[in-house]
Design a protein around this ligand. Structure first.
Ligand SMILES: Cc1cc2nc3c(=O)[nH]c(=O)nc-3n(C[C@H](O)[C@H](O)[C@H](O)COP(=O)(O)O)c2cc1C
Ligand code: SF4
Ligand code: FES
Length: 592
């Protein structure tokens, strides 16, 4: 036993004397730190109601304050800390991590009532977001309207896009903004979708009910393996195989669903959720059954308010129908942080913390949510699990093109005539994808493409015969990831697209490790020079690949390396060939 345990009751070792009186000074007239304010505490308590003050609900509570007041005052944050028995530092570090929160110090100005977030990621930049931002900034009084840049909102097929309140404006113009403000409805538009009654009428949830009544999880796992389904969040891990890993660890086990969809250019998850949410929900519940998950945490990005509404409505309908216990599916709202799509960062965020990726091992299948084995699946992966079990593994395994099997939901945007989600054979080449998207847009000649989000870099039009599938692009220093295809034309410069991508990574790096944090920042500076310092960029890239903790920092150099290799004339010429990026496996990199 330590001495202070014997001598005093308060752990100061001073037998009742206040610790600040024991030194030489005269002591403090006031207690240390910010004190809470009674009014703010009452306001916070009114907002939180009788919700349990659990640490993992911190982000949900921060949302309540942000939604009610449009910002988070120091007084409210201090009161929240008091009410949750947390330190102010813990609350502050979480509030400042997420882009959709506005935590304020005492003397900070309160943001205007209205915020317009304009997407400045690649497809929106190609569609004129810079001009749009300039017009909005000059057309509005900054005291009344705040114009902010924001990363991809998952609506790249209707670029440029912005969000006012919770209302998105597709093909945005200053005139459409003015009309929306005049109409005054800033709520999300809820699309028509297949609700529970319609899904049940078509035979929905029969498979789930049968399996729960006496199914064999290993037989289901085999069916998934026969279909060839691989994780569609980007890493491509064989889906059924994961279940065995998770089950190999003693329970309680959890499932966490990744609805972050933050990779710019990706909008397939939103596409399915806004149309057939129950295919996803049934697939999710089948996977949860297979690993005997105690509870499912569904992490959905805040940029999708319509989807959040649909999911909340349909989860409540499932509870009423007795298909799930109340509270079995816990819907969590992200708060604007791309890195929370990385599975361990997502788990940290569900636990109410900053989204800092964890070191591995242990893997989340072993030590995941709340320290327990956790199955993580992407939204679209769950959608296909339901389809495979309802329609048979052949819906994927019988499709073959260019030696590849299966189907792929390509999110296609940029300089094509008909952007959107196009479901095609997984062996499709970029020429097939462009053809499915109605060909090139009028007046545009195909020049380059991003095959799978900025992490996959850029390939030239000359590489047009490679199937855009898992494992096929690695020899080219790229990978398919979430199949977010952005097509560039002779109107565009590859170097500008690469700079856009690196600016995104710079803004979204969690900052935890130096190679990524400093590397992204340095690369953005170097890439603005007319002639790139290719030697230094190569060095920076290598350090990032070698020493970053997670896939963000490891894959961020791909656009730099591929532009130097294929578009050398744009960055100064005379570039030495780069080694292929097979120093690491990008599929592994995506999972850290
Ligand atoms: C930086 C980074 C961002 C990611 N973003 C997402 C995402 O938005 N959605 C997603 O499902 N997976 C994302 N992933 C992949 C996840 O870590 C994980 O592999 C995936 O959710 C597992 O589900 P799956 O096997 O069904 O694909 C990301 C990975 C990295 C490294
Ligand atoms: S690589 Fe970047 S995003 Fe990933 S942990 Fe390191 S700093 Fe964070
Ligand atoms: S919505 Fe703007 S790039 Fe995706």
């Amino acid at each position: 036993m330590l001495d202070h345990d014997k001598t005093d009751g308060d752990g100061t070792g001073q037998s009742g004397k206040g610790v600040w009186k024991s030194g030489k000074g005269r002591g403090r007239a006031t207690p240390k730190g910010r004190q809470y304010d009674d009014v703010a505490l009452a306001e916070v308590r009114a907002l939180l109601g009788d919700r349990p003050r659990r640490r993992d609900l911190l982000i949900e509570f921060l949302h309540l304050i942000q939604d009610e007041y449009g910002h988070q005052s120091a007084a409210h944050l201090r009161a929240l800390a008091e009410d949750m028995r947390l330190s102010m530092a813990e609350v502050w570090e979480v509030a400042t991590f997420y882009a959709h929160f506005d935590p304020l110090r005492e003397n900070d100005p309160v943001p205007p009532d209205l915020t317009i977030r304009v997407c400045d990621s690649l497809s929106c930049e190609l569609a004129g977001s810079e001009t749009l931002i300039a017009a909005l900034e000059s057309g509005h009084d900054p005291a009344k309207v705040r114009v902010l840049r924001a990363p991809c909102m998952g609506r790249c097929d209707t670029a440029p896009v912005l969000e006012i309140g919770h209302r998105h404006i597709d093909h945005a113009t200053p005139e459409l903004v003015a009309q929306t403000l005049e109409a005054g409805d800033l709520h999300a538009v809820i699309p028509d979708y297949e609700d529970l009654a319609a899904y049940l009428a078509g035979g929905g949830y029969v498979r789930l009910t049968d399996l729960r009544a006496g199914g064999d999880w290993q037989a289901v796992q085999q069916t998934i393996a026969d279909s060839g389904l691989r994780g569609l969040g980007g890493a491509g891990f064989p889906s059924g195989k994961k279940w065995g890993f998770v089950r190999g660890n003693a329970g309680p086990r959890y499932m966490a669903v990744n609805g972050d969809e933050g990779e710019p250019g990706t909008f397939k998850d939103r596409y399915y959720l806004e149309r057939v949410p129950h295919l996803f929900l049934e697939g999710m519940l089948i996977a949860a059954w297979a690993v005997e998950a105690e509870r499912v945490y569904l992490y959905m990005r805040d940029e999708y308010p319509a989807v959040l509404h649909i999911l909340a409505t349909e989860i409540a309908a499932l509870e009423r129908a007795g298909l799930i216990e109340p509270g079995y599916v816990d819907l969590r709202r992200g708060a604007g942080a791309y890195i929370c799509g990385e599975e361990s960062a997502m788990i940290e965020s569900i636990e109410g913390k900053r989204g800092l990726p964890r070191h591995r091992p242990p893997y989340v299948a072993q030590v995941g949510l709340f320290g327990q084995p956790t199955l993580v699946h992407n939204i679209e992966t769950c959608h296909w699990i339901a389809r495979i079990l309802r329609e048979g593994p052949e819906i994927l395994s019988s499709v073959e093109r260019n030696g590849r099997k299966g189907l792929r939901s390509y999110s296609v945007s940029g300089r094509v005539a008909d952007p959107g989600v196009h479901l095609l054979p997984a062996g499709s080449t970029i020429r097939d994808v462009i053809a499915a998207a109605g060909g090139m847009a009028d007046g545009h000649v195909f020049k380059a493409y991003q095959p799978g989000g900025p992490s996959s870099g850029l390939l030239p039009a000359s590489i047009d015969d490679v199937p855009l599938d898992f494992d096929t692009l690695q020899p080219l220093g790229s990978f398919i990831g979430s199949a977010a295809v952005v097509v560039l034309s002779d109107h565009d410069r590859a170097r500008d697209a690469a700079l856009n991508m690196l600016r995104f990574f710079e803004a979204e790096s969690c900052g935890q490790c130096t190679p990524c944090r400093v590397g992204c920042e340095k690369a953005v500076k170097l890439m603005q020079a007319k002639i790139w310092d290719t030697g230094l960029l190569e060095e920076v890239s290598q350090a990032m690949v070698d020493a970053s903790i997670c896939g963000l920092g490891q894959a961020a150099p791909n656009p730099i390396k591929l532009v130097m290799r294929h578009f050398a004339e744009e960055v100064g010429g005379g570039v030495a060939p780069m080694p292929d990026s097979d120093g690491y496996d990008t599929n592994d990199a995506l999972d850290g």
